[in-house]
Ligand binder design. Structure first.
Ligand SMILES: C[S@@+](CC[C@H](N)C(=O)[O-])C[C@H]1O[C@@H](n2cnc3c(N)ncnc32)[C@H](O)[C@@H]1O
Length: 148
């Protein structure tokens, strides 16, 4: 998609440096923002209109369900009507007895948060590597799609 501009956000400088290296051939179209998704005004660093927000493998690290809901709320505020949020992340499967970190929770709760913060629709597109009995931390991955 050569026409799109991309803003990459992470609070880790080493991770941003890896992205800079990997995306070197697209550097004219990529803007890097070093910011904490929960504490910083990352949206203020983005000048162009944003039509899509994509997050992978990150929000479960935010430490709580409240922080994930806060980031969902900011995304809903940043996106125009019709804008899309795609979030791929680890979840806690229903009926799991295993203890997960608190940023990792059930699909229904994600959908509830997304609808509560102002998305018109929210759905879980797919669950990958579902394992309830004895999951590793790399299993139980879901992809969410929300439209403003
Ligand atoms: C498993 S890595 C995934 C990186 C990248 N999104 C990917 O899919 O390859 C999780 C990333 O979330 C970032 N992260 C965790 N908590 C964050 C926060 N509060 N604000 C910004 N970035 C955060 C980490 O620095 C790390 O780069």
């Amino acid at each position: 998609m050569p026409e799109i501009q991309y803003h990459g956000i992470d609070y880790s400088k080493p991770m941003l440096d890896i992205a800079r290296q990997r995306l070197k051939s697209h550097s004219a179209r990529v803007n890097y923002v070093q910011a904490d998704l929960v504490k910083d005004s990352w949206w203020a660093e983005i000048s162009t209109p944003v039509n899509a927000i994509v997050s992978t493998w990150a929000l479960h690290d935010l430490g709580s369900q409240e922080n994930v809901a806060l980031v969902y709320k900011t995304c809903a505020q940043v996106l125009p009507v019709g804008g899309i949020l795609l979030n791929g992340d680890f979840i806690k499967p229903d009926n799991a007895i295993h203890e997960f970190e608190s940023g990792r929770f059930e699909i229904a709760k994600h959908i509830e948060f997304l609808l509560n913060v102002g998305f018109k629709s929210a759905e879980c597109l797919v669950v990958l590597e579902e394992e309830i009995k004895s999951p590793t931390s790399a299993q139980n991955y879901a992809c969410f799609k929300a439209i403003k």
